[in-house]
Write a protein of this length. Structure first.
Length: 364
């Protein structure tokens, strides 16, 4: 497992290789380790890779950096979560650009939970903060997990309201877990980690860059079943999160405001463009998301899965014969390796198949 993480982290650190390209390479060659074992001319022939990426993949620098990340995680009690892990968050896994690995700290339990992102301006008004607090308090009986970005304003108000109501809360960060931004919120970290904690896909060696906040927003939107926007000025980061949530097919809610209020402009725009539902109370959200019914259980995850005939063939074979190596599965299903690796990747994304060390696979 540690070896798998080493190569996944190295792949993620390789310049020009984002999460989408990393998954493409893994699907093509079977594993992250196998990617690094290919000849340069083989890598160059993969669609969308080319000479520059192939050149970077032959540098030992990124494997050394990955080793340092593993040591740091072990020394600081961090967990590194892989997209192949059985408990990788369900909603996040449905996003094409979900991280192949991310780092977390705290007591985070997201399986079979109702995850709600609450975001908004850093310059929140008293009215906006009061609405946020009332919303979280009203949702407390449902055991909702509150997801936000740990920034000033609405973000930290949502986190604090969750802690006050003994709800799990998760902060998605735009930097590594070797420091905290903003520094003023360091004082809340211990309480955050008692019931929830921090998630980031930036390693401790990653330079702090304000551009990272845009990347961080995709995790906030991707983790959550729905996103609530409470006050947002023009071109605010919360608008980016709402747009991402909308693009992922998630429900978006916006709190309306007066037409001329600076921090109501984007909420009103989301409503006007039909990208968001009107949110006046917790009841609006509960009814739209059908949270007035029992919370989903693990077995219900299969209700969301739609398989192609080839994917169904592979899943049925694994159910009938148990754990299988890639080669045995190829023989049993009479499918070529190149096709099978892509099918297995899709089945992993859909939460049907779990990869094990040694290119072994089993159904969940």
């Amino acid at each position: 497992m540690k070896n798998d993480l080493l190569y996944l982290i190295a792949l993620k650190k390789t310049p020009l290789v984002g999460d989408v390209t990393a998954k493409k390479l893994i699907a093509h060659f079977g594993s992250a380790e196998s990617v690094f074992g290919q000849r340069k001319e083989i890598l160059e022939k993969v669609s969308g890779i080319g000479k520059k990426i192939a050149h970077h993949l032959f540098s030992s620098q990124y494997l050394h950096e990955a080793e340092a990340e593993l040591r740091f995680a072990e020394q600081h009690n961090l967990r590194i979560v892989s997209y192949a892990d059985a408990d990788y968050p369900f909603f996040l896994k449905q996003c094409v650009d979900s991280p192949v690995v991310y780092y977390q700290r705290g007591n985070i339990q997201l399986q079979n939970k109702r995850l709600l992102a609450i975001v908004g301006t850093r310059h929140a008004t008293h009215t906006g903060m009061a609405f946020c607090e009332q919303l979280v308090e009203a949702l407390a009986p449902l055991g909702v997990v509150v997801v936000s970005g740990y920034a000033y304003g609405i973000d930290i108000t949502a986190h604090k309201a969750a802690m006050k109501n003994r709800l799990q809360t998760v902060a998605c960060l735009a930097h590594g877990l070797n420091f905290m931004y903003p520094p003023a919120h360091q004082k809340y970290c211990d309480e955050m980690e008692e019931n929830g904690g921090f998630i980031t896909d930036f390693g401790y060696q990653s330079p702090f860059d304000r551009k990272n906040f845009l990347s961080r927003n995709r995790i906030i939107a991707g983790l959550s079943e729905a996103t609530v926007v409470i006050e947002s000025g023009s071109k605010g980061g919360s608008l980016v999160t709402a747009d991402l949530a909308f693009s992922y097919g998630r429900e978006v809610f916006a709190v309306p405001g007066r037409p001329n209020d600076v921090y109501s402009l984007e909420c009103n725009h989301l409503l006007q463009s039909h990208k968001a539902h009107l949110l006046l109370s917790a009841e609006d959200l509960i009814k739209t998301l059908k949270w007035d019914t029992p919370a989903p259980q693990a077995v219900q995850q299969e209700l969301f899965v739609s398989l192609t005939p080839e994917e169904q063939l592979v899943a049925d074979y694994l159910r009938a014969h148990g754990k299988q190596t890639l080669d045995n599965l190829s023989l049993g299903c009479e499918l070529p390796i190149y096709l099978l690796t892509n099918l297995l990747f899709q089945l992993e994304i859909k939460g049907v198949v779990t990869p094990l060390p040694g290119k072994v696979f089993e159904v969940r």
